[in-house]
Design a protein around this ligand. Sequence first.
Ligand code: C5P
Length: 224
Amino acid sequence: MRKIIIAIDGYSACGKSSTAKRVAAALNYGYVDTGAMYRAVTLYFMEHYIDLTNPKSVSKALGEISITFHHNDSTGQNETYLNGLNVEERIREMEISQRVSEVAAIKAVREAMVKQQQKMGKSKGVVMDGRDIGSVVFPNAELKIFMNADFDVRAERRQKELFDKDNLVDLDEVKENLRKRDKIDTTRAESPLIRPVDSVEVDTTHMFLEEQVDHIVQLATGEK
Ligand code: C5P
């Protein structure tokens, strides 16, 4: 069957990554979590005290960063590596969530990430999730999904996800973080989160993960 690019965009914590991973597995496609890439850049910038307002430091730091994904056979998941080190757990912590949107709003950061993402998808057969995949990274993607969910449901899901990784975070703190990221992600000058006109909207508020996956797989295979 002809391989395509599936772009999944949407707000934070509405189920994009969990859905995208499973859609990729069902279709035997690759999966790229572009949020993980921005999170890894944020971690590097934090660890190296990079001044975000200094373009020279930002561009020098970007030249020092290598982000790769490797499959972990025991968990069956792809994990994120920053300069050869597994940072999968670290980049999901609240400290990174608090700062990532500011870093992701920097033009040079976006240009560097988009270039890599376009390389990763050039042979097609890939599911990529993020904020600008259907609008900027792959404007010609054959299938574009825009995911959304009720704000409170998103916050509860994110809190549970953190709890499952032994991170106890207060619901109000999770809500505050989602609000802040939504605001920066939708209002930044560089490729803000928008709903591409040719995307299919999937509201996951009342959907189970399996339903979301089946729906997108059916759209991809032309059964819908
Ligand atoms: O997907 P996730 O919530 O892990 O993404 C973390 C942050 O990275 C987002 O809040 C957003 O600021 C940024 N991001 C982005 N463009 C993407 C993916 C993520 O700006 N394609």
